[in-house]
Each structure stands twice: as structure tokens, then as C-alpha cells.
Write a protein that binds this ligand. Structure first.
Ligand code: ATP
Ligand code: LTN
Length: 333
């Protein structure tokens, strides 16, 4: 019998900066659980990344556990995937330092997330915010991940990780796998319900801009009813109709219907009917997640055990890569 080819490896991460939004779910997390059958998956709560913006320590600790519980609720199965918290695998930081010495100031200066977040927090443009993509590259390269399922906003960071990996491989010898991005076909960039020019973000100061995975049915309906649209009144996707197009994208991602089919479905109907329909499919999608989330959060021992086992399993792989890298760059054994 022919030997089965080794499964490709996946790594992705999410910051515990708040409860996940519908954007996080459609753009990233939903795909994580779908990929578990076909790939060897590692999923991480990126709590070190969260420090680039000032956090309340107690809230960060709580949100880290809640994020892990939400990932379990969204279908990450610890029997199939390695689920862990970034800070519990210290090798990420060690590799990050080596990679930061292979990354140019100019490259980091071009990152749009750095520019956006510096503008948003002008009082705290810290070095971590600037070198953040080096830590993200370390997260990925330390596992030699083949694929990285993320929303479209992370593609630039991924491209940087590839460039850094390539440079390291050229300067020393082939070491790192060059990772590929993986964006979903619909919903790779879910937009703010209030300012559709921006992405939906869990750290938005306006709660009406996002749907949280924990929002109850009334809240979901109310937020969609308030969503910014336009004055045309036709359910039609177009560049000059970003609000309606965004709602159509959400509806499409959750029902599998194409934009043309959605346009036909709501032809001649106003935005009121359409918004209620979008809210309905979202509420249905969130119901099982919320039930499972409540169950997992109530079982502290289970969550702690999953995270401890995850950190140990991830640490074994990461440790091997780090030892190899240290040897190649000339650190004492
Ligand atoms: P923050 O507001 O703290 O920056 P965030 O909501 O942008 O957080 P991240 O933790 O940075 O979330 O991202 C987790 C994953 O979710 C990433 O893969 C990211 O690409 C994806 N993602 C985030 N926002 C969206 C969105 N609006 N649409 C699609 N995918 C998204
Ligand atoms: N930077 C990502 C979160 C993140 C990540 C990663 C994603 C940290 N490390 C490694 C994929 C792979 C974000 O802010 N969304």
C-alpha cells in the first residue's frame, strides 16, 4: 500500500482583546474548525500580541480564558487540534527576536495595521506595535505551518512572514516552510455596521458597529436594524453601496447563496425586510455557539486541562525549531 502523505500543517491565532465578532467568526474562526479534518492544526490565543495596546491585566487574563472557551464553542476540537495560549510557549518570543534581526525597519513601516493602530492610539505608539509582525512571523514559522487561515486584514503580515522566512533560508540554509494565506471566499473582510469603510473590529468603541458572538437575539436584531445603508432602497451589491454589500456578504457567508441570488430574493423589498432576514440567519448561527460557550465556561477544570495539554504539545514542536535556528545563527549549544 502506498504510504499516506503527511498532513499539511495549519497555524492561526486570535487576540483576546474582547469577545469575538461576527467578522472574526466568518473571516477566520469558522474556517479553523472546518480545516481540522484535513490538516494538522494549531490554534492559539495571541495574548502577547494583545499587549501592543494597553490592557487591564485582570480583564486580559479573563478574556484569554474566554477566548479559548469561544474557540472550543466554535468547534475547535482538542482531540483533533492543538489549542494553546501564546505566552505559554515561550519559544515564540525567542524566535521573534532572531527574526526581528532579519526584518528591515522599512518593511515594518509599510504595515497598514501599524499605521491604523498608531493613528488610533497616538499616546502609545510602542515598539511592540511596530515589531508585532515579527512575533506573528515567529508564531507561524516556528511550526513550519503550510497554511494560515486569516481574514484579509492579515494578508500583509503573512506576506512579511514569507519574506522573512525566505531571507532566513537564503542567509543560512533551508529552515522554514514558506506559509500560504487562506482567506474564505465570502466574508474575508466583514465591515463595520456603522462605518462600512472600516472592518468590523472587536475593539471598536461603538458597540453598534459589531455583532459579538455572545449578543442575544434582540441585540443582533437591533444592531442590524441600525446598520448604515444608503438611500437607494435596493438590495444590490455595488462599490458605492458598501453598507448593503456588507450585509449581503454576511448573508451570503452564512447561507451559501450567491450575491445574484440574494439580489433576486429581495427584489422589490425594502431594507427593513432584508435586515430582518440577515439578523435571522445570524441569530440561528450564533445559537449553538452560545449554548456550547456557556457549557465550556462553566467547566474550568476542562478548559485548564485543554490549555495545559495544548501548550505542552505546541512547546515540543516549537522547541525543536528554535534549537535548530539557534544552532544555525551561531548561538552556543
Ligand atoms: P482588534 O479589534 O483587537 O484588532 P480584531 O477584531 O481585528 O481585533 P484579531 O484578533 O486581530 O481581531 O483577528 C482574529 C482573526 O479574525 C484574524 O484572522 C483576522 O483576519 C480576522 N478578522 C478580524 N476582523 C475581521 C473582519 N472584520 N472580517 C473578516 N475577518 C476578520
Ligand atoms: N495578528 C493576528 C493574530 C495573530 C495571528 C498569528 C494570526 C497572531 N499571531 C499567527 C495568524 C497566525 C491578528 O491580529 N488578527
Amino acid at each position: 500500500m502506498e504510504q499516506q502523505a503527511a498532513k499539511k500543517r495549519i497555524l492561526s491565532g486570535i487576540q483576546p482583546t474582547g469577545t469575538f465578532t461576527l467578522g472574526n467568526y466568518i473571516g477566520a474562526v469558522r474556517n479553523w474548525s472546518r480545516m481540522q479534518e484535513e490538516y494538522e492544526c494549531l490554534y492559539m490565543v495571541a495574548n502577547l500580541h494583545a499587549l501592543t495596546v494597553r490592557q487591564d491585566p485582570a480583564a486580559l487574563r479573563r478574556q484569554t480564558r474566554e477566548s479559548a472557551a469561544l474557540l472550543l464553542a466554535c468547534g475547535i476540537d482538542p482531540a483533533k487540534s492543538i489549542l494553546f495560549v501564546q505566552s505559554q510557549v515561550p519559544a515564540h518570543c525567542e524566535l521573534s527576536w532572531v527574526l526581528s534581526c532579519c526584518t528591515q525597519f522599512g518593511e515594518l513601516s509599510r504595515m497598514t495595521q501599524f499605521k491604523d493602530k498608531s493613528a488610533k492610539h497616538p499616546e502609545n505608539v510602542n515598539a511592540g506595535l511596530f515589531t508585532y509582525p515579527c512575533l506573528m512571523a515567529a508564531d507561524i514559522l516556528i511550526y513550519n505551518a503550510d497554511l494560515v487561515p486569516v481574514g484579509a486584514d492579515q494578508n500583509q503580515h503573512l506576506e512579511l512572514a514569507r519574506n522573512v522566512a525566505q531571507r532566513f533560508n537564503n542567509n543560512y540554509s533551508p529552515t522554514f516552510t514558506l506559509p500560504e494565506g487562506y482567506n474564505p471566499k465570502t466574508g474575508a473582510r466583514v465591515r463595520s455596521l456603522q462605518e462600512p469603510a472600516k472592518k468590523m473590529s472587536k475593539s471598536d468603541t461603538n458597540a453598534n458597529a459589531y455583532i459579538l458572538l455572545t449578543d442575544d437575539a434582540d441585540t443582533v436584531l437591533r444592531k442590524f436594524k441600525r446598520a448604515v445603508t444608503d438611500s437607494e432602497g435596493a438590495v444590490r451589491a455595488a462599490e458605492d453601496k458598501p453598507g448593503v454589500t456588507n450585509l449581503m456578504g454576511i448573508y451570503s457567508a452564512l447561507t451559501g447563496k450567491g450575491l445574484d441570488a440574494i439580489e433576486a430574493e429581495f427584489a422589490g423589498q425594502g431594507y427593513g425586510v432584508f435586515k430582518e432576514a440577515v439578523a435571522g440567519v445570524v441569530i440561528d448561527a450564533l445559537r449553538p455557539i452560545q449554548a456550547e460557550y456557556a457549557r465550556v465556561l462553566a467547566d474550568k477544570e476542562y478548559l485548564d486541562r485543554v490549555l495545559a495539554e495544548g501548550a505542552a504539545a505546541a512547546g515540543r514542536i516549537a522547541g525543536r525549531t528554535l534549537a535548530k535556528v539557534y544552532r544555525k545563527v551561531g548561538m552556543l549549544q
